[in-house]
Design a protein around this ligand. Structure first.
Ligand SMILES: [Zn+2]
Length: 209
């Protein structure tokens, strides 16, 4: 599967200790192969996991089971909690924005294709999916403003690269990688020109300083 959309959900469960494993058990009880979401973001009602923890569900190359009519074209992210009762926590939002930015970049997904589950209805109205896939759900919840979420995200995947400052860890990793390549350059005598070109590329220089 190559995802075109990112769909945000609520677990619609207002209890404690909800996480990937609990949802996996619910979905197995429905005779699904396991958790239908690709990612889960824990809230502040968990006794051992930190608020905002991101857990992986289905691998991103496998179609999920979270948005009928769009499963073969989308990634599903479930924020724990009940979006009709409480908005996501600030830590969940932080993790959500970071995760969505990463997925937008990885799969070249534009911000208008980051939607809430309930917005499947707009896709049905526009004929993107069949009208039989309309949903009566409020998911990700009446407290959750999808327009606000989209405003926090870069307009295009390409912009997110340019806007995001590389972390000190990334700079250090690239510096070390370049040093390792330099150190072992005698092993690839026919690629040394390309290596020098790479090392002296402005993007690499700016990242390894
Ligand atoms: Zn949903």
């Amino acid at each position: 599967m190559y995802p075109e959309y990112i769909v945000v959900h609520t677990a619609a469960f207002n209890g404690k200790d909800c996480d990937r494993d609990m949802i996996d058990a619910w979905h197995k009880a429905r005779n699904w192969s396991g958790i239908g979401y690709h990612f889960v973001i824990v809230n502040d009602q968990h006794s051992s996991k930190a608020d905002g923890s991101v857990e992986s569900g289905r691998p991103t190359n496998k179609a999920g089971a979270h948005a009928l009519g769009l499963n073969s074209r989308s990634l599903g992210i479930c924020c724990i909690g009940h979006g009709d009762i409480n908005d996501f926590t600030p830590a969940q939002y932080q993790s959500l924005y970071r995760l969505i930015r990463r997925l937008m970049t990885e799969f070249a997904i534009p911000v208008e294709k980051v939607i809430g589950h309930r917005e499947l209805n707009q896709l049905a109205e526009r004929g993107v999916i069949s009208s039989r896939y309309r949903t009566s759900k409020s998911c990700p919840g009446s407290k959750v403003d999808m327009d606000f979420i989209r405003e926090q995200l870069p307009a295009t995947a390409a912009l997110s690269d340019a806007n995001e400052q590389p972390s000190p860890e990334l700079r250090e990793a690239i510096k070390q990688a370049v040093a390792v390549l330099q150190q072992h350059r005698s092993h690839y005598p026919n690629a040394q020109d390309e290596l020098d070109e790479f090392i002296h590329h402005p993007e690499v220089i700016s990242l390894s300083q």
